[in-house]
Design a binder for this molecule. Structure first.
Ligand code: TYD
Length: 215
């Protein structure tokens, strides 16, 4: 690494359905490119050929769907492939990684809303991905009604197997995320009810200090 290199960083966007994570992840990668920082944009579940195949199994499951245990194992398996074949190699090559969802989603959806337990999800992550964690996670939070409206516009009747779960499940996910953010100073809660520009500005305020060259 050169004397003035900017350290490669792993950043995740998290939150419930329809809060604008994908838009913000893309905008961050574009802002990094403008500053000459090489960053890859990736997503979960997915990001490698194998993990994208597991994504299909999760979002459009066969038969009556998965038990929460199997669902958590499939997410962990997809993440294991993604971390080993895409995320770690990029970080080792000095690239930033911006990921649309990561393990906090498994903790909120399967661990808390799904009832599997937080510790169980963390153990699976340790086994699958050596417990790799982002250096910053932006948790985008918006009031329930806003999100329901955005989702209706985005998905219509086409919600996937997890997105289509009932309002109570999604409320548990939201509370789960908020609880996980407490006491974890790598997780930054961002009010996502503003415009995309406002949310992006809030994200950049946190990212700027990470752009300082290291010696
Ligand atoms: P996706 O369309 O990528 O998310 P979004 O609706 O936010 O655009 O779908 C991913 C779905 O998978 C979403 O409902 C959240 C869920 N999920 C989990 O339940 N656990 C996980 O670990 C991850 C990564 C996603």
């Amino acid at each position: 690494m050169s004397a003035h290199a900017i350290k490669a960083r792993f950043i995740a966007f998290e939150g419930g359905e329809g809060v604008g994570k994908s838009t913000q992840a893309k905008r961050l990668v574009a802002a990094l490119a403008e500053r000459g920082v090489d960053a890859i944009l990736t997503r979960e579940p997915g990001g490698t050929t194998g993990a994208e195949m597991i994504r299909k199994l999760l979002l459009d499951p066969p038969g009556s769907g998965w038990r929460v245990q199997a669902e958590a194992l499939l997410f962990a398996a997809a993440r294991s492939d993604h971390v080993a074949k895409a995320i770690k190699p990029a970080l080792l090559a000095g690239k930033w990684v911006v990921c649309d969802r990561f393990v906090l989603s498994s903790r909120a959806y399967q661990g808390l809303a799904g009832g599997l337990g937080d510790e169980e999800v963390r153990v699976l992550h340790q086994i699958g991905s050596d417990g790799l964690l982002p250096c910053r996670t932006f948790l985008l939070e918006a009031p329930g009604e806003d999100v329901a409206e955005r989702l209706r516009m985005r998905d219509g009747d086409e919600a996937d197997a997890i997105g289509g779960r009932n309002a109570r499940y999604h409320a548990d996910v939201g509370r789960g995320f908020a609880g996980l953010a407490q006491g974890d100073d790598t997780v930054v809660q961002v009010d996502a009810s503003g415009s995309a520009d406002e949310v992006h500005a809030a994200v950049m305020e946190e990212v700027e200090p990470l752009l300082a060259p290291t010696s």
